[in-house]
Design a protein around this ligand. Structure first.
Ligand SMILES: Cc1cc2nc3c(=O)[nH]c(=O)nc-3n(C[C@H](O)[C@H](O)[C@H](O)COP(=O)(O)O)c2cc1C
Length: 274
């Protein structure tokens, strides 16, 4: 074990799935979970040394890394620092996310030595349209811990760059992908003619104005005086407000949810390259 390496975990996680995966991995490598959470603001300790090991966990939005996560990490700087890239996705596909994160880090002085994609409950998942409910579940967490052990073993040897493009998303079935792509095309065509802004709404009967939604919104998009007012220019549809409302008063009815639930119902395994 290369005791010279100092693990530094950084994550963005609006609905806590990336956070939980990062925590499980990190705790298997080092005993204590000391991480920097960039969900609510930019990375503060942005400089990394050659003897640091960066573990970064970020969610997948639209097949790439959630843009706000990259924005929060803009100032990160390594010095030939090894990095473990973890993308967390909602059981559909992570497409370019891992390579994008790795390239972003390479431009800033990091070398990706391990890359992984873990499954997290889809932000748009609801009781009516469940997608990867409860993930990471106990099995995923146990797997993340085993993955952490493998990283630990790797730390004993050479810190060589890994081929991140070799990280492939488990198969969804050709017919499912085709049907989903058709739906997305139809949706985009409709949006082009008559754009409809998708925003969380508030069930006034259930809302007690407790302000939890305001506190958990990474973008500061919800008005504290009237929580039914959401700034469309700020909202990223991360669903933190929906998932954390103690009264289930926040709703985001994504048109994608029924399709995701239908075509990506089969649970995907977590994958990695190292
Ligand atoms: C705007 C948006 C876009 C998303 N796009 C994808 C996607 O392309 N593929 C996928 O499998 N999951 C997608 N998801 C689901 C998230 O990747 C997934 O729920 C992840 O676990 C959220 O991470 P967090 O809990 O750390 O915020 C998307 C979620 C949101 C809010």
């Amino acid at each position: 074990m290369n005791y010279e390496l100092n693990l530094r975990t950084v994550y963005f996680s609006a609905t806590h799935t990336s956070e939980r995966v990062a925590k499980a991995i990190s705790c298997a490598v080092v005993d204590e979970f000391a991480a920097e959470d960039v969900t609510f603001g930019e990375l503060k300790n942005a400089d990394f040394a050659a003897d640091d090991l960066l573990l970064v966990a970020v969610p997948v939005y639209g097949g790439g890394v959630a843009p706000v996560a990259l924005k929060r990490l803009e100032a990160i700087r390594g010095n030939n620092t090894p990095a473990v890239v973890v993308v967390v996705y909602g059981n559909r596909n992570f497409e370019r996310a891992a390579t994008q994160m790795s390239e972003f880090l390479a431009e800033r002085g990091f070398i990706t030595i391990v890359a992984a994609a873990f499954v997290g409950e889809h932000s748009y998942s609801t009781d009516e349209n469940p997608v990867a409910v409860g993930r990471p579940n106990d099995d995923d967490i146990a797997e993340a811990q085993r993955f952490g052990e493998l990283i630990k073993a790797k730390m004993a040897g050479a810190m060589e760059a890994v081929d991140v493009a070799a990280l492939k998303c488990p198969d969804s079935g050709e017919e499912n992908v085709k049907a989903f792509v058709e739906f997305v095309k139809g949706y985009q065509a409709k949006q082009a003619n008559n754009p409809v802004k998708l925003l969380p709404t508030t069930d006034e009967e259930k809302c007690v104005m407790c302000g939890v939604c305001v506190d958990v919104c990474p973008m500061g998009a919800i008005d504290r005086e009237d929580v039914s007012v959401v700034d469309a220019s700020k909202c990223i549809k991360c669903c933190a407000c929906v998932k954390e409302c103690p009264k289930e008063a926040k709703i985001l009815n994504s048109p994608f949810a029924p399709m995701l639930s239908k075509y990506f119902a089969s649970p995907k395994p977590n994958v990695w390259v190292m």
